[in-house]
Structures are given as C-alpha cells and as structure tokens.
Write a protein that binds this ligand. Structure first.
Ligand code: ZN
Length: 415
C-alpha cells in the first residue's frame, strides 16, 4: 500500500475578509446599506486608492493601463512567466449592493494576504485586477474596459462616451488620476479567475455553496413592431378595427406558448413595450416590444429565433402588419475546460456542496475568455437579489468562495 503525505490545507482569514468588505462598502455607502459607486466617480477613486494602498502594503506593485484597469502584482519565482490573474470590478450601479464586483477584487486581495502571511512565494506572479466600468451604469456599454482589452470595443469610441452630465469617459478617467499606459494592459496570463455573486436564486434554493461556472449563456434580442390603425374608440365596430395592442397581446401569448415548450433552461423576457398613441380614447396604431431569450445551446437559440421570426406570419394579427427585427445577439462563451476542471477539483477537495452551472448575466471574464483561459466561481445570493441595496451573500459563503479561489490559485502557482 502506498501512503501519500496529505499536504496541510491553507485557509483564508474570514474575519479579515469580512472587515475589508465592510471597509470598501463605506466608499459610496447608501442609507439602506447599499452602495452607489459609479465608475470613475469620487467614490470609485477612493476605493481604487485604498485598494492600491492595501496591495502596496503587501509588497505588490500596482500598474494602471490606458482604460484605468488596475493590476497589482505579487512577484513569483519566475517573473517572466505569464501570471495567474484574479479580477473583477470595484464600480457599482446606482443603489447597488456591497458584493457585486468588489467581492471578486477583494477575493484576490485576501488570497495574496494569505500567501504573504504564510511566506508562500508563488512559482509565477499573481495579479489582482480591478477592471474599469463593468456595470456601464454611468458610461454605457457595460463591460467597457474588458471589451476594449479583448478587441470587442473600439477604444476611441469608448473614450468619447458621456455620462448624463456630458462628461466623457476620458475626462472622468483623467480627473480621478487613473489614466495609465497602454503598455500595461493585460496581454497574457495563465488564467483569469473571477469570483462573483450568483445574482440569481439557484444556489441558495438548492442549498449549495459554490457554483462552478461553465459558460456565460448566449442570447438573442429582437424588436417586434406591430402596425395597425388609429380610429375612434367609441365609433369603430370591433370587426373593422386594426388594433395593434390586441394583436401584440395575441402575439405575446403565442410566442410564450411556443418558447415554453422548447427547453426548461431557456429564459425569455418581454421587458419593453411602447404603445402609440397611448391615449385611452384612441385605438392603438402601433406597438413595439422587445423579446430577449438566453440559453447555452446554439441550437436552442436558433429555434428561438425561428419562432420569433415566425411571428411576422402569425395568423393572430388582427389585420395588422407585424415585423420582427433582430437587434443583436451574442454567442455562448464557454470557459476554459482546464480552468473549470481545476476550480471543480478545488471545491471537491474542500468538500463544499456545489454544482456546475451557467451564468445568465454578463461578466468581464467572458470578454477576457476570448484571449486568456478564464473561469468563474459563483457564491450564493440570498433571495437571488443583486443590483439592489438588499443584495446579500453571507460572510460564511464569501469565505468559502475565497477558499475555493485560494485552492485554485495554489494549484496553479505551486509545484
Ligand atoms: Zn458584477
């Protein structure tokens, strides 16, 4: 029989993690214990400055690139090798929560603190990254800086984006002192790892502690335009009407019925509707509404699109014209299999209940995954809440998530 020596497991300091999360929640804390920390605001600057000082205290060197992304590097034995990067975002939406984004950045900080206090010098460098403007709440679009890093968005166009006050992204970046150099951009890495709150109810509902994220699901977004005719609501007999809203109502019932039969994992939303002229005495002559659907399988999305496009020929049109226009779509982004496996191994070794799952929401890691092997770890969101002041993940669950990150990083940076 061969006996293997069991390596002593390393754990992070949950109390320290909690305290640091509380400290960062002060940067933009709202009345109801939420956070408003819009990208490149004064609150964002304070959080960035404090993040920098925490990193420097650990002997890390901090660099900033031309999009304001911050990279704090803990040196390794072989510094010419590509690093392992742990990253997320410090910005929030208006009246957002204390966990979305910031938890992923502070996960990196806590992992490095644990390495340093245990005198573990990693074989390759470990970088903790704060990616600028993930939320897109002040400057659209969301995931702006990771989009530029991955070549998805054009930098010049992004620099000119304005907030509601007319301030450009470029001006805001300058004004908080975080316009860095293009040469500092994240170019290559062994892995990009992002820990994030789930932002959905699944983990909590299934009493699981960790989600090993396999992909960010693809989606298709359409706009349906129904054109009828406006007439007097009191004088026009029912059979002679071209009521665009009744038509839209029937179309929605039809599309819902068909989509509900496709796949139980499919999610679909009609989130926006404009009715014209929107006057109670006038028969509506135009209704425009959106339909978006998300699923990981390309084939399911293809069927969804077929159903939506078929609405134009639907018999339930109340004598109206129906047009289905595709606004945009995105393919499912699958995370790197080796990275996903190594996260799963880490969870198993810690014996936390987990499942492999998909992300229905977008994250920086999905853009970065197009050029760096990437993976994500989810921790439970109480009641599935996020982008809200009552967003909550228990301290114990945060701690478990960061332990998974530590274990994953150790598997990549130690021999
Ligand atoms: Zn986020």
């Amino acid at each position: 029989m061969v006996l293997t020596m069991q390596k002593q497991k390393l754990f992070i300091n949950g109390e320290r993690l909690k305290n640091t999360l509380e400290e960062f929640a002060d940067f933009g804390r709202t009345e109801n214990n939420g956070v408003t920390r819009l990208a490149l605001s004064e609150e964002d600057r304070k959080a960035r400055d404090y993040f920098r000082s925490c990193c420097e205290e650990l002997g890390m060197s901090v660099k900033v690139d031309d999009m304001g992304n911050m990279y704090a590097t803990l040196e390794g034995v072989e510094n010419d090798k590509p690093p392992v990067v742990i990253g997320s975002h410090l910005d929030s939406v208006k009246k957002g929560g204390r966990f979305d984004g910031v938890l992923g950045v502070l996960t990196g900080l806590e992992v490095v603190r644990t390495l340093v206090e245990n005198n573990i010098k990693p074989q390759i460098p470990v970088v903790v990254a704060n990616i600028t403007n993930e939320e897109g709440a002040r400057f659209e679009p969301s995931m702006m800086a990771s989009g530029v890093l991955s070549g998805k968005f054009d930098k010049t166009t992004m620099m000119r984006k304005t907030d509601t006050q007319g301030i450009t992204f470029e001006e805001a970046l300058d004004s908080i002192g975080y316009a860095g150099e293009i040469k500092n951009r994240l170019k290559e890495a062994k892995a990009f790892l992002e820990l994030h709150i789930e932002q959905g109810p699944i983990l909590e509902k299934e009493s699981l502690k960790i989600g090993v994220v396999e992909c960010v699901v693809g989606m298709a977004c359409y706009e349906i335009e129904v054109t009828g005719e406006s007439d007097h609501a009191g004088t026009t007999p029912m059979p002679m009407r071209k009521d665009a809203l009744f038509a839209a109502n029937d179309l929605i019932t039809e599309v819902r019925g068909k989509l509900s039969k496709l796949d139980s994992n499919l999610v679909y939303t009609i989130g926006r509707m404009d009715v014209s002229p929107n006057v109670h005495t006038v028969i509506p002559n135009k209704v425009v509404f959106s339909i978006e659907a998300r699923h990981q399988d390309t084939e399911v999305i293809r069927q969804v699109e077929e159903i939506i496009q078929g609405l134009a020929q639907s018999p339930v049109q109340e004598r109206c014209e129906v047009e289905a226009k595709k606004l945009w779509g995105r393919d499912t982004v699958w995370f790197d299999k080796e990275v996903v496996d190594s996260i799963e191994q880490s969870v198993k070794s810690l014996e936390y209940p987990y499942k492999k799952m998909v992300s229905g929401a977008g994250h920086d890691a999905q853009f970065i995954a197009t050029y760096i092997p990437a993976g994500m770890i989810f921790v439970p969101s109480i009641n599935g809440k996020s982008h809200a002041e009552d967003e909550l993940t228990t301290w114990e669950d945060c701690e478990k998530g960061v332990n998974v990150m530590l274990e994953t990083v150790l598997s990549m940076v130690t021999k």
